[in-house]
Design a protein around this ligand. Structure first.
Ligand SMILES: C[S@@+](CC[C@H](N)C(=O)[O-])C[C@H]1O[C@@H](n2cnc3c(N)ncnc32)[C@H](O)[C@@H]1O
Ligand code: SF4
Length: 398
């Protein structure tokens, strides 16, 4: 029996590997406006969204995935976006009901919803709690009104902190996101901002270094020399400050950008990072289902109205569902698992792929100080390797 499901202890009390579990990801693809840094599958619509029609399509997709992966016990549900806090609570309730009739929901399943902290959306928090959501993840992004404006956000710092306080009073668990490494932000600015933010934290906080994504307004501004972005040294200093302050407040990093009190880790994201099984429903959602055909990598149609039409015609929105080779699974396992502070178990890799992790390469990265082996033989990225994670992982997976 698994008694201790925390990132710090990826094994149960008997020393057996923890089962990563089964999660369901639900994508709500709409936002009130497009933030200039964002490349998520989010769309702005002038007219009201026909939520009843979307709910019927979500129900169809959930039933379809349950026919491919029947009998699962759901450990977590995650409403991500886009802006799921634009959904009516009845729609959220309908999706949760559909999930619990398609599979069995664990009695203490984690049900998270991503919320933007405008006062209008905060007005729906009570409804989400009543619908069964037990964890809110709030997009605070910055504690400076000028920076929120530059990020294209529709809320102020005061609104964001009020939304966090409301979430803390209504939900058993909550988290919020901040973006750092913002244009013009120095190390002292971030240290001060993060220290203030940590005064409002619950059991979890996500701290993302700004990335300039392709085809965003920020990319065009950067290319035109109009964004003053941190150089490599400042990026590293910001990353280290983040690690230092969160550790000091009892929420060490358990993943590159995610920090939690022990036991407060996002169970849903742990399903991904421990390479578990998950169904993805809604426009542009990804899934990994283990079926008789192998581990299927699934992806749905990204465009909301096209997704809707396809689901109505075919009963699902999948545009891709392919079995991954053992080699591809090994690469994904490393890509996900090395993001975690607990690292990866080489025996799990061997079981999955039928081959050894390239020991010569691992040893050389250990020698260079980028990787380390813990007392149980797990391999993990060191503090020195963490800022270079992508390069390190590419090297082990190659
Ligand atoms: C799906 S997104 C947004 C959820 C919600 N709509 C919001 O804006 O708060 C999840 C998180 O990714 C982070 N994020 C999005 N784009 C980013 C970027 N270019 N660089 C760093 N973090 C980013 C933000 O912190 C955001 O809260
Ligand atoms: S950051 Fe959030 S609110 Fe802004 S466009 Fe992306 S998903 Fe929508």
């Amino acid at each position: 029996m698994i008694r201790n499901v925390t990132a710090a202890a990826a094994r149960d009390d008997e020393g057996a590997p923890v089962d990563p579990g089964f999660g369901v990801y639900v994508h709500w693809p709409f936002c009130l406006s497009k933030c200039p840094y964002c490349d998520f599958n989010s769309h702005v619509r002038g007219a009201a969204i026909d939520e009843a029609r979307y709910l019927a399509a979500f129900r169809a997709e959930i039933a379809h995935r349950a026919s491919l992966a029947p009998g699962r016990v759901v450990r977590s549900v995650f409403f991500g976006g886009g802006t799921p806090s634009l959904m009516r609570p009845q729609t959220v309730q309908g999706v949760i009901d559909a999930i619990s009739s398609a599979w069995r929901l664990e009695p203490d399943a984690e049900i998270t919803l991503e919320a933007n902290p405008t006062s209008v959306e905060a007005g729906r928090f009570r409804g989400y709690r009543a619908a069964g959501v037990n964890r809110l993840s709030i997009g605070v992004q910055a504690l400076s009104d000028a920076d929120l404006k530059a990020l294209g956000r529709r809320h102020t710092v005061a609104e964001a902190l009020a939304a966090v306080a409301l979430a803390a009073s209504l939900f058993p668990r909550f988290s919020f996101d901040l973006i750092y490494g913002r244009p013009g932000q120095g190390e002292a600015d971030w240290r001060d901002e993060l220290a203030r933010a940590l005064d409002h934290v619950g059991d979890h906080v996500s701290l993302y270094q700004l990335t300039i994504e392709p085809d965003t307004i920020f990319e065009r501004l950067r290319d035109a020399g109009k964004l003053q972005l941190p150089d490599e040294d400042l990026s590293l200093a910001l990353f280290e400050t983040t690690r230092e302050l969160t550790r000091a407040r009892g929420l060490p990093a358990y993943e590159v950008s995610n920090h939690a009190r022990p036991g407060g880790e996002s169970r849903h994201n742990l399903v991904y990072w421990r390479y578990g099984e998950y169904a993805g429903v809604g426009p542009g959602a990804h899934g990994r289902l283990i079926t008789a055909k192998g581990r299927l990598a699934q992806e749905t149609e990204r465009h909301p109205e096209m997704w809707l039409t396809q689901v109505e015609a075919e009963g699902h929105g999948l545009v891709e569902s392919v079995a991954l080779s053992r080699e591809e699974q090994g690469d994904e396992f490393l890509l996900m698992g090395l993001r975690l502070s607990e690292g990866v178990d080489p025996r799990a890799f061997e079981k999955l792929t039928g081959r050894d992790i390239d020991l010569a390469r691992v040893e050389s990265l250990i020698g260079d100080g980028f990787l380390e082996r813990d007392e149980r033989g797990r391999i993990r990225v060191t503090a020195m390797g963490a800022p270079l994670l992508d390069t390190v992982v590419a090297d082990v997976a190659a």
